[in-house]
Design a protein around this ligand. Structure first.
Ligand code: GLU
Length: 472
């Protein structure tokens, strides 16, 4: 799956660094996550925008793991990032790890020092035994002006940056140097990243100029905010891709929601597939602010995709989740019942984790297990009594046993409705419903009859009559 980049020997100069002249016309974008944490929605949004721009221009999308910080980077985080991107379908064309590119950085550091654009600086060691040498960039102290596709022209006086450190040694490049070398070597033409990257840009442009790199185009994307307009953080709930994935959100809903964090098509449309985003996304329409991550909006997108899912797909997930949850419950797993529950599941959930919650709260138990009816007097509706209730349940039993099985609520309703109207709706429908579910709240008796089927319905009504009359 991972394609390794082959260096084209012929576009290097005698020191082995990439020449500027043959940048080529292909659009190249990249996402450059540091594996110091799991994939955050902000990084996922950045990845999406870079991916969309590359794909809509027949370009390349690169994933580059920036793992030079050895203490904080882990393989587990790298795996999470790559798995999450793959799950979203943001497939990359090339893949790199900075930790495997030390030799390349070394060449650039050596070249910069040989040319006097960087120098080894003797530092005063703060503590005994600490390193006393670093490599500093010789700042030409010029004004940098760059065009940001989102923010327009941005200018910086770089004097205040001083001669900043670009490496701890020839084998230990720091972030700015590694990023600039990589973007240049990989032919990156567009850098879309979070707005916190703005302050890094002047240093990076200075280094680009020093190594003779072409300047990529920049777009700094708006910070992602929570609904209270403060920076999105764990305080607002889940912020990692894997958390949303575990909760059973569809990747289509997540992508759709991510796309709207800073972008919109400028009209009423809200539902976009990845293909449609590739077609319609426009980096120039990205706003400077107002990227609010709203979980209700994500739920709304998810519900949309859920409504469009066919029954078989819902059934597949429902079977898995119900089976898993039922391991710890007394209920009997029954696939036929699950398939009849699909319309109800559709109605009651926004994401699949809602289904887990319903199961955990026992909301589905009675579909799989006969209720115990430990308080049989609850079968009696308001002013009714035991005798009347027994009589009504006997009648319901008779009607159901004399008719063929009803598989939809409307037909089940037709069976009982006349009798219920005649003698009192609550008097008939309440005990019937309670006999079937054993709960104060549950769907109406017709829905229950249609899901449980004739045999189970009769069994439960007989059981209710017995319980009410103290027969078992
Ligand atoms: N590794 C940097 C980060 O995670 C990448 C910044 C950039 O895109 O240039 O913030």
């Amino acid at each position: 799956m991972l394609k390794i980049f082959n260096f084209l020997k012929n576009n290097k100069d005698e020191t082995g660094v990439r020449k500027t002249t043959d940048q080529g016309s292909q659009i190249v974008t990249r996402i450059a996550p540091s594996p110091t944490g799991v994939l955050h929605v902000g990084t996922a949004r950045t990845a999406l925008f870079n991916y969309l721009y590359a794909k809509q221009n027949n370009g390349k999308f690169i994933v580059r793991i920036e793992d030079t910080d050895k203490e904080r980077s882990t393989k587990e985080f790298e795996k999470d990032i790559l798995d999450s991107l793959e799950w979203l379908g943001l497939d990359h064309d090339e893949f790199y790890r900075q930790s495997e590119r030390g030799e390349i950085y070394r060449k650039y550091i050596e070249k910069l020092t040989e040319e006097g654009k960087a120098y080894i600086s003797k530092e005063e060691a703060k503590e005994e035994g600490q390193r006393s040498e670093v490599i500093r960039f010789k700042n030409p102290n010029k004004e940098i002006i760059f065009e940001d596709l989102v923010r327009g022209e941005i200018s910086f006086d770089t004097t205040e940056l001083g001669d900043f450190i670009i490496a701890k040694s020839v084998d230990e490049p720091l972030y700015h140097l590694a990023v600039v070398v990589d973007d240049h070597e990989m032919g990156v033409t567009h850098i879309f990243r979070g707005e916190d990257g703005i302050s890094n840009t002047p240093r990076q442009i200075l280094i680009q100029d020093a190594i003779g790199a072409q300047r990529p185009k920049y777009a700094h994307l708006p910070l992602i905010l929570g609904p209270d307009k403060s920076k999105l953080s764990k305080r607002h709930g889940a912020t990692s891709l894997n958390a949303f994935r575990e909760q059973g959100y569809f990747k289509e809903a997540i992508l759709n929601h991510l796309a709207f964090l800073g972008w919109n098509p400028g009209d009423e449309r809200e539902i976009f597939s990845l293909e449609e985003l590739i077609k319609d996304f426009d980096i120039k329409k990205v706003s400077k602010g107002g990227a609010v991550f709203n979980i209700e909006k994500l739920d709304w997108f998810n519900k949309h995709y859920l409504e469009n899912l066919n029954d078989e797909e819902i059934l597949k997930v429902a079977k898995e989740r119900i089976k898993e949850k039922m391991k710890s419950s007394v209920a009997d797993y029954n696939e036929e019942i699950i398939s009849k529950l699909i319309p109800l599941i559709r109605e009651r959930i926004e994401k699949f984790s809602d289904l887990d919650k319903l199961i955990e709260e026992g909301e589905f138990d009675y579909y799989f297990k006969e209720p115990i009816l430990s308080e049989p007097e609850k079968l009696i509706w308001k002013k009714s009594d035991k005798e009347k209730t027994t009589q009504h349940l006997e009648k319901v039993k008779e009607i159901i046993s004399e008719n063929e099985e009803k598989n939809n609520p409307d037909e089940a309703k037709e069976l009982l409705w006349n009798y219920a109207e005649e003698v009192g709706k609550g008097d008939v429908l309440w005990p019937t419903r309670y006999a079937l579910s054993g709960r104060d709240k549950s769907p109406d008796p017709f829905t229950l009859i249609s899901i449980l089927g004739k045999e189970k319905t009769l069994q439960r009504i007989i059981n209710a009559i017995d319980k009410l009359n103290g027969n078992n």
